[in-house]
Design a protein. Sequence first.
Length: 256
Amino acid sequence: MILLSNVIKAPFTTTSHGSKKVIEVKHYFPQPAASAVSQEIDGHAHAQFIIEQAKEEAKLMKQEAEQYCQSLKENIWQEKENWLAEKQRLMAAAQQEGYEAGYSQGKNEALHAFQELMKEARNIVQTTNQQFYEQIESSKETILLIGLKVAERILGEKLAENHDSFLHLVQRAIKEVREQSEVKLYVHPLHYQTLVQQKDELRAIFSQPVDIFIYPDERLAEGGCMIETPFGRIDASVDTQLQQIKQKLLKWLEEE
């Protein structure tokens, strides 16, 4: 059985902290979105990273199969050499004893044994190749899901260790609404202070003067973020972005 391993690391940007006045607390009650904008963690870069990890696993599995086949070929050639040596021995023995019939019989037996060995070897190689490609095909989705789970765990640890990682995700999401003049951010209380302190940095993303309002909402999960504008709401939560990446990668596998 071929064991798979996957180690996926995700980089996160660290930013400096400032200070800013805290806006009063306001609870947000989710409403059906007028429009939705897909958000992704590092976009195609993250998706491509996980895909490359899956391809690397497949490459390693293929190398192992090739090594096994090479070892099998070496054994076959060794058996061939042994057969040639045995053939020479039988020929010498037959000539020495003068039993032509015995020599012919021994030669035929050795040839038959070698042919059977070659037939068995070809069957083994064919079966091995078939099992290898079947294993690769059936493991694609498993490799992908494992990679996403590892990415999710690493991202969760990063968010817990460094709130600036969450700020980086929010900045990416805000770029989708940077043409708006008023934006409201609803976040889990754990990330509220971080966003308030970096409000000027968030405002700098916009192409024109903008009013940014930040509200803590304990009903959101840790890593949760809702962006509201006069034209609708965007779910920029970490879990939502990971789910979108998962769906796109699974669709990519189906098209392969």
